[in-house]
Design a protein around this ligand. Sequence first.
Ligand code: HSE
Length: 323
Amino acid sequence: MVRVFAPATSANLNVGFDNLGVALKPLDGTLGDEVRIEAAAVDSFSVTGPYAHEIHGANIVERALACVREITGNLEPVSLELYKGMPVGSGLGSSAASVVAAVLACDEHYGNRLGERARIKLMGELEARLSGGIHWDNILPCALGGLRLGASCLPVPAGWIWLVAYPGIRLETRAMRAVLPESVPLHDAVEQAARLGRFVDALYRGDGREAASLMVDTMIEPYRAPSIPGFDTIKAALLAAGALSAGISGSGPTIFAVFDDPKAAGKALERARLWTSAVSGKPAGDSFSKLCGADKGAFAVLCTVDEAGARVLPPDGKPAGKE
Ligand code: HSE
């Protein structure tokens, strides 16, 4: 059996709309999707995991299989399983994780014929069918790991802690792009470009505080924030708790924040859990594993950067979500 895990990602990060993204790994457990594939007498497809109920009808994972078969010319039947370890429409790169894990797993199973470039191209094309456009800011960090501006891997300040809080409601990327204006004032575009340039420069100089101070979004957030219940309140609470930056993860509704102080991150996590339970109407748990097993909905977790990205797992290990 081939097993591939693909991590959650947070795109945009305030300063890099459609270009910047980071792969994330909870301090406690993992967050992402897993695809398992093995030879079988006939083709079969199943969806398991805490968010399996959110997957309906023909799945992108089956399309990935069809595409890999078409390219490789290998039609040998398989048993294919998607372990859906993260919520759909969450702003955490859920569709990217499924697509990335599926393409890598299918290619591995059929003898690794595509290679990295062709795999990544196919991942982008498949994800575009799901969400209405190619989001490299999810696909590239998910596939390759790390903090990425396009395909370029950026240095992450030592000690940064990331918080992601998912409030248990679904926002489709397609819909959240439809709320955006078709053009932005020249002044705003110039300011945002300058911030992104200075952000990259600060990272390379190892100045995490300055880099975080540049993670500001005046272009996209005002249009999307009204779709996220209590966004302004929770963002202010996270900043008051000591976040260096906070904002919308991808197209929402998950919010993200960055810290360089573990105490501040812990305090913010408590506030984030109050917010997720208020929005989802469910009690806040005290660890991701517990939430994942218990209510399968909203959660808030502290993360580090997942440097590895999508990876082949040992065939006989536990499900990725239970590691
Ligand atoms: N950059 C994309 C957006 C990411 O914000 O629409 C979608 O996950």
